[in-house]
Design a protein around this ligand. Structure first.
Ligand SMILES: [Zn+2]
Length: 161
């Protein structure tokens, strides 16, 4: 088996892709530094150029303000499929995360629910229908508006009693 000495750390390795990066111009088609040295170099390069890389990204964003949006539009279905796939593959993790999130934000959720109730916001009106076994796809804005009015009137009557 061919061997190759790393030009950086001078250690002796078997000349394969496990120990060296690919490099078409190099001997045996391999890079002259071992993977460890290469990664170390890359890490240092990234660290010392962090600001430059960040600035470049920022510059690109500024020059192409619609990039994210355009990318999102162009790849909408692709992104949706990826998201769905991720959720399906990680259903347990996702559920756990949601549960954890809800637990941690329980207070916030309670307050939000209170706020929705007080203001007769759409989510609250919808929840009234839902609790009667009517799903959201059977509710439109007109129905919500009507229901809101009914609840308002009921509340007024309740106050007067
Ligand atoms: Zn090395």
């Amino acid at each position: 088996m061919e061997r190759r000495i790393c030009t950086k750390c001078k250690k002796d390795f078997i000349a394969n892709l496990k120990n060296f990066k690919k490099n078409k111009k190099g001997k045996y088609g391999l890079s002259s530094t071992c993977i460890k040295c290469h990664n170390e170099w890359h890490r240092i390069y990234r660290l010392s150029n962090e600001k430059k890389i960040k600035d470049n990204n920022e510059k690109y964003r500024n020059e192409n303000p619609n990039y994210d949006k355009e990318y999102g539009l162009k790849n909408k279905t692709k992104i949706q499929i990826q998201k769905k796939k991720y959720i399906l593959e990680n259903i347990k993790l996702v559920k756990k995360y949601h549960k954890e999130y809800k637990r941690r934000n329980a207070e916030k959720y309670r307050n939000l629910g209170q706020l929705y109730r007080d203001r007769l916001a759409d989510p609250y009106i919808k929840s009234l229908f839902n609790s009667q076994g009517i799903s959201n796809d059977r509710i439109n804005s007109e129905i919500i508006e009507t229901k809101r009015l009914i609840v308002k009137i009921k509340r007024e009557l309740w106050k007067q009693n």
